[in-house]
Design a protein around this ligand. Structure first.
Ligand code: GLC
Length: 421
C-alpha cells in the first residue's frame, strides 16, 4: 500500500495542470487564489522550483490595480458556474472580478525558508507583485479600518453564518435564470442554498454593471463586511512580506506602516457582547454576533487574548475533530454544510501556525493530531464533519494533500505511540 505521503504527492501531481494546480478535478476546474498558495507550500516539500512556479502563475494574473483575482480561468470548462462569461472582466486569461485571502506572502516565506538559496531570485521577482497586492488591500479595502470584503466568496469561507446579515441586504432577484454546476458534483445538501446562490450572482452582476470599478463596488455595491479572518491573515502576511523585503534589501517602511494602521483598527472588530472578534456589516454598523473560525485567525497575527482563548476551548471541546467553521452551540450550526460547521484541514493548519507562534505548542499538536486522524481515516477530502469525521465535499483535494505533507502528517511515529491514529 502506498503511504499517505506518496498519495498526497500523487494528488498534487494529478491536479497539476503545468504551472498551476486545480483544487480538485470536476468541482473546481480552474486555478483558485488561496488554494494555489497552499499548493505551493505542499510542492515545496518535494519540488521547490514547482512551488515558485505556482506562485508565479498566480501573480501573473494580477490586475493593473494590484488585485489578484480569486479564480483564473486558464482553459474553458463547462462544468463550473459562474464561468468567465458571467464575470466579464475582460482579463486575459479570463479571471473572476473579486479576490481571496492574501495568504500568498505567508506561504512564499515558508517556501523560501525551505530552500533559501534557490528561492532568492524567485522571491526577488515576486516581491513587487505581492507588495502591490498588499497595497491594494490596504488602500482599497481597509478604508474603514479592518479588511473589508465585497462578496462572501472573497473570504474563502463562502457561506459561513458570519455573512448572513450582509447577505440579507442583497436582492437576489436580478440573478435571472442560471444552472448551478456544483450540485451535480457533490451532495446538494452540503452546498449553499438557491437563495444564497441568487444573491452571489446578483453581486457578480453588480460588479459587471460598474465594470469592476472597486471604488464603486465598495461605495455602492450590495455587500460590504469587515472580515476578521482576512484582517488577521493580511496582518500576518504583511509582517512576513516585511521579513522577506528586509532580507532582499528593500525599504519596508511603507509596508510596516500599513500593518500598524491595520493593527490599530482591531478594536473595531472586537464585539464585547460576543466576547470575540466578529464580522461587521459596514453598511449598517451591525455586528454579525457569530463566533466563526475567522476570529481564531487572530493567533496568526499575535492578536489572541484570554477571552478568545476561552472561546476557542469552548467550541473545540464541543467537537471531536479540529476547529469547527462555526459555533457548535449556535442555532445555525450544521456539521456537514460547507462553512456552517464542518472542520477544514487548511484552516486548522493556519490556526496551528498561529498557536505555535503564540507559544501554544500543546494546542497546535492537539489540532495536528486530530486533523491527521481525519485524513488517515478517510483520505484527502475538502472538509469533514467535526463530530463524527464524515468526509465531505470533493475528494483528492490539493490543499488537504499540501497540508498533510507540510504539517498534518509530520509526526506519524509519535501519533502511533499516542494512539491518535
Ligand atoms: C470553495 C471554498 C474556497 C476555495 C474554493 C476552491 O469556494 O469556499 O475557500 O478556495 O472552494 O477550493
Amino acid at each position: 500500500m502506498t503511504s499517505l505521503d506518496e498519495q498526497a504527492r500523487a494528488i498534487l501531481r494529478g491536479n497539476d495542470q503545468g504551472g498551476y494546480t486545480l483544487p480538485t478535478h470536476g468541482l473546481y476546474p480552474y486555478q483558485w487564489n488561496w488554494d494555489s498558495a497552499f499548493a505551493a507550500w505542499g510542492f515545496a516539500t518535494f519540488d521547490n522550483a514547482r512551488a515558485w512556479d505556482e506562485l508565479d502563475t498566480l501573480m501573473a494574473s494580477q490586475w493593473d490595480t494590484g488585485m489578484v483575482p480569486h479564480i483564473i480561468f486558464h482553459k474553458p470548462d463547462p462544468g463550473y458556474f459562474p464561468g468567465p462569461d458571467v464575470w466579464q472582466t475582460g482579463q486575459s486569461p479570463a479571471t473572476s472580478g473579486i479576490t481571496q485571502p492574501p495568504v500568498a506572502a505567508i506561504m512564499a516565506r515558508k517556501v523560501w525558508e525551505m530552500d533559501p538559496e534557490a528561492g532568492q531570485a524567485r522571491m526577488a521577482a515576486l516581491y513587487p507583485k505581492l507588495l502591490a497586492w498588499h497595497r491594494w488591500w490596504h488602500e482599497v479595502r481597509c478604508t474603514h479600518g479592518p479588511a473589508a470584503i465585497t462578496h462572501p466568496w472573497e473570504s474563502g469561507r463562502d457561506n459561513c453564518p458570519d455573512w448572513d446579515i450582509g447577505m440579507a441586504g442583497v436582492d437576489g432577484s436580478s440573478a435571472g435564470q442560471y444552472q448551478r454546476r456544483d450540485t451535480g458534483h457533490v451532495n446538494p445538501e452540503m452546498r449553499p442554498t438557491k437563495q444564497d446562490y441568487d444573491r452571489y450572482i446578483a453581486m457578480v452582476k453588480f460588479g459587471c454593471s460598474v465594470d469592476w470599478d472597486q471604488a464603486r463596488i465598495v461605495r455602492d455595491g450590495p455587500f460590504l463586511m469587515a472580515d476578521p479572518g482576512i484582517t488577521f491573515m493580511l496582518l500576518r502576511a504583511d509582517e512576513d512580506l516585511a521579513v522577506m523585503g528586509r532580507a532582499l534589501g528593500e525599504d519596508v517602511t511603507k509596508l510596516l506602516g500599513w500593518a500598524k494602521d491595520l493593527r490599530a483598527a482591531l478594536p473595531t472588530i472586537w464585539n464585547d457582547e460576543l466576547n470575540a472578534y466578529d464580522a461587521l456589516n459596514l453598511k449598517t454598523g451591525e455586528f454579525a454576533n457569530i463566533l466563526g473560525s475567522g476570529a481564531f485567525m487572530a493567533y496568526l497575527a499575535d492578536a489572541g487574548n484570554p477571552q478568545l482563548d476561552a472561546q476557542l476551548m469552548r467550541v473545540w471541546d464541543k467537537v471531536n475533530y479540529g476547529i469547527p467553521s462555526a459555533d457548535p452551540e449556535a442555532a445555525t450550526f450544521d456539521p456537514r454544510k460547507y462553512w456552517r460547521g464542518p472542520t477544514w484541514p487548511v484552516v486548522n493548519a493556519l490556526l496551528a501556525i498561529g498557536l505555535r507562534d503564540a507559544g501554544r505548542a500543546d494546542l497546535a499538536e492537539r489540532l495536528r493530531a486530530q486533523t491527521a486522524s481525519l485524513i488517515r481515516k478517510h483520505g484527502f477530502y475538502e472538509y469533514f464533519d467535526p463530530l463524527d469525521a464524515t468526509p465531505c465535499g470533493g475528494a483528492d483535494f490539493t490543499w488537504t494533500a499540501a497540508i498533510w505533507l507540510t504539517w498534518a502528517g509530520r509526526d506519524v511515529e509519535s501519533d502511533a505511540v499516542r494512539g491518535a491514529a
